[in-house]
Design a protein around this ligand. Structure first.
Ligand SMILES: Cc1cc2nc3c(=O)[nH]c(=O)nc-3n(C[C@H](O)[C@H](O)[C@H](O)COP(=O)(O)O)c2cc1C
Length: 155
C-alpha cells in the first residue's frame, strides 16, 4: 500500500497539530497508509519507505528548526534515492512573511532530493485555528490522492 509519511518538529505543539490534521486528511483517502513521526525519531529508512514525505517545522529565525535540518543533512546518505517521490511542506509561525521564507526552505530541501512538492504548502499563525486545520486536512487529502494517482501510473 502506498505510504504517506508526515514528519515534523514541534516544541510547543502547534506544528504537531498541523501534522495530525494533515494525517487525518490523508487517511480519508482509501488505500493509503499514513505514518506520523517526529523528525527526531525518523530514520533514512523511513524516508526511503515512504511514497510521499510531508515535512513540517515551526519557523525559527525565518527558517526550519535545526532538528529538521539535522534530519535532512543526515539524509545525504540516501541522496539520489528519494528522487521521484512526492512531498509536502507546512509551518507554524508568528508572522506570515517569515513563515513563507520557512516554507521555501522546507521546499528547497525536498526539491534538492528530487522530490516533487505538491502545491504551495500550508502556513498557520501560531496555534492553528479551525480554518488552518481544515487547510491542513485538505492538503493531506490532496497529497494522498496524488500518491494514489502516481502509484497507479507506476503499476
Ligand atoms: C527559537 C524561536 C525562533 C522563532 N523565530 C521566529 C521567526 O523568525 N519568525 C516568526 O514569525 N516566528 C518565530 N518564532 C515563533 C514560532 O514559529 C511559533 O511560536 C510557532 O508556532 C512554534 O511552533 P511549535 O508550537 O510547533 O513549536 C520563533 C520561536 C522560537 C522558539
Amino acid at each position: 500500500m502506498p505510504k504517506v509519511l508526515v514528519v515534523y518538529y514541534s516544541k510547543t505543539g502547534h506544528t504537531a497539530m498541523m501534522a495530525e490534521a494533515i494525517a487525518a486528511g490523508a487517511r480519508e483517502v482509501k488505500g493509503i497508509e499514513v505514518i506520523v513521526k517526529r523528525c527526531e525519531e525518523t530514520s533514512n529508512a523511513d524516508l526511503l519507505n515512504a511514497d510521499a514525505i510531508v515535512l513540517g517545522s515551526p519557523t525559527y529565525f525565518r527558517l526550519p528548526a535545526w532538528p529538521v535540518k539535522k534530519l535532512i543533512d543526515e539524509s545525504i546518505d540516501v541522496y539520489g534515492k528519494l528522487r521521484g517521490k512526492l512531498g509536502g511542506v507546512f509551518t507554524s509561525t508568528a508572522t506570515r512573511s517569515d513563515g513563507e521564507i520557512c516554507l521555501k526552505g522546507l521546499r528547497d530541501m525536498l526539491e534538492e532530493h528530487g522530490i516533487r512538492v505538491v502545491g504551495e504548502g500550508v502556513l498557520a499563525i501560531r496555534t492553528p485555528n479551525k480554518k488552518a486545520l481544515e487547510s491542513c486536512k485538505e492538503y493531506g487529502r490532496r497529497i494522498a490522492e496524488e500518491v494514489l494517482k502516481t502509484s497507479s501510473i507506476k503499476c
